[in-house]
Design a binder for this molecule. Structure first.
Ligand code: GLN
Length: 469
């Protein structure tokens, strides 16, 4: 039996039946990381000692008989989520030596379950990007084709799960960063409803959009991790009293909306074929397919690249060379600020801070920021109207499969287009999943299933049914 190929449920059963221990499992993963991660670069840091001591504690828990599904299961955490006492870089030079002083709420919850943390995974700097090429510490390669990207920004987490370097991982999604890399790496990626998982201890990108979620090998595992990390948290005022409950929904009679705007120009023909084929399969099982329209989606990218940067310019102001991380000496305080930020931030982060500062400036606030907020309302209304008629929405995650490393790195607009199908629903705060449904050659393609607010249970139930078809 290859331990690193097991799903959470399979590993849990093995632990329960004493076929192996959590220490065995953890060692197998650490070995696998040693073997394959030099080339892949999914991990920014591997916390071997912490992992082994957590595994030993987990084994004790298991032996006492009082343990849960995640006890002793090794995972990987995106390096934008704080794990107490461990480095948290957000893949930025400005935080290269920053050590987290506390655990994010999701980490507290996972530790309580007795999970094992193998290390921190690569991301685009401050989670801004779609390929991990914006990481200050090198790109993560796609396990299916090492000349291609793993997607982003949670590319390290997606690649780690796809390459069996972790049993599951946590990522974060602001405009697509869980679902897009999951699609490109052929794993499950769940972006929860805004508010269902605490953001406390996640390094902020755009606070009105950021959500933490799981990347896993199958849908059942996503359900397990989501259940463990969701819920109200007094440290995050936007978190809600969400309680996950399994839903009994079947494809028979299910109304599936297919947005006509998502199959227009720009989509790879092979991707389109695979997505349409899986919609057809759902129809064959008795689902009712309805064409829907999300007309404001056309403006979603423009809207996102105003609201996102506006929030970024506020959130990243704290990295001034005084309070956190890198500090470069200067002749006066302003000079310290300028030099620290100048050396510490990469090009994409600087670009967004500048755009954000501009759209919030008094002369342009009404023309850009206020207008973008209005557009966001229209996008919300589009989805609300659609969900009056349908139960779930099916569409692609990404218009194309994994692209070549370097192919889009110098062209921000073409990189931004990678998220054309993942950003609109994010502006509406909706949940969505990426489910692998086919391949183009070696390259995986994910189907996106979007639900109404707090309908993760419906999404997961239907994703599980489709996974088994
Ligand atoms: N690619 C998008 C961006 O660069 C989304 C990133 C994310 O979801 N963190 O903003």
């Amino acid at each position: 039996m290859n331990l690193t190929e097991l799903t959470i449920t399979q590993a849990h059963n093995g632990l329960k039946n004493k076929e192996f221990s959590s220490v065995d499992l953890t060692k197998a993963y650490l070995e696998k990381i040693k073997k394959s991660d030099k080339e892949l670069n999914a991990f920014l840091s591997v916390t071997e000692e912490l992992a082994l001591s957590q595994a030993e504690s987990a084994d004790k828990k298991i032996n006492s008989g009082n343990f849960g599904e995640l006890t002793g299961i090794p995972c990987a955490i995106k390096d934008a989520i704080l794990v107490e006492g461990q480095k948290c870089t957000a893949a930025s030079k400005i935080l290269e030596n920053y050590v987290a002083p506390y655990d994010a709420t999701v980490i507290q919850k996972l530790k309580k379950e007795g999970t094992v943390i193998l290390g921190k995974t690569n991301t685009d700097e401050f989670t801004m990007g779609s390929s991990t090429e914006n990481s200050a510490f090198g790109v993560t390669k796609n396990p299916y084709d090492k000349t291609r990207v793993a997607g982003g920004s949670s590319g390290g987490s997606a690649a780690a799960v796809a390459a069996n370097e972790a049993c599951y991982a946590l990522g974060s999604d602001t405009g697509g960063s869980i679902r897009q890399p999951a699609s490109l790496c052929g794993v499950i990626g769940l972006c929860p409803t805004y508010g269902s998982v605490s953001r406390y201890g996640l390094i902020a990108h755009a606070s009105s959009l950021d959500q933490i979620g799981p990347l896993t090998k199958n849908v059942e595992d996503a359900k397990i991790v989501f259940e463990a990390i969701s819920g109200k948290d007094k440290m995050d005022a936007t978190s809600t009293d969400y309680k996950f409950e399994e839903a009994k929904v079947e494809l028979k009679g299910l109304k599936i909306g297919v947005p006509k705007e998502y199959f227009a120009k720009g989509i790879d023909k092979e991707v389109e074929k695979i997505i349409k084929n899986s919609i057809k399969k759902a129809q064959d099982q008795g689902a009712k397919i309805k064409e829907i329209s999300l007309p404001s989606s056309e403006y979603a990218l423009a809207c996102y690249y105003i609201i996102g940067p506006a929030e970024i310019s506020a959130n990243l102001a704290r990295f001034d060379g005084i309070k956190y991380g890198l500090s470069v000496d200067g002749k006066d305080l302003l000079d310290v600020y300028l030099k620290s930020k100048g050396h510490g931030f990469g090009a994409e982060v600087k670009r967004r801070i500048m755009i954000g500062t501009y759209v919030l400036s008094s002369g342009y606030y009404d023309a850009y920021y206020k207008k973008a907020q209005e557009v966001r309302q229209f996008i919300r209304q589009d989805f609300a109207k659609a969900f009056e008629k349908v139960d779930l929405i099916f569409c692609p995650v990404s218009p194309f499969p994994a692209f070549k490393i370097g192919e889009k790195a110098d062209d921000p607009i073409s990189m931004y287009l990678a998220d054309i199908y993942t950003i609109p629903m994010k502006l509406a705060g909706l949940p969505g999943i990426s489910l692998p449904v086919g391949k183009i050659g070696e390259l995986p393609v994910g189907l996106q299933i979007i639900g109404n607010h707090f309908q993760e249970n419906k999404i997961l139930a239907i994703a599980e049914t489709i996974e088994k078809l």
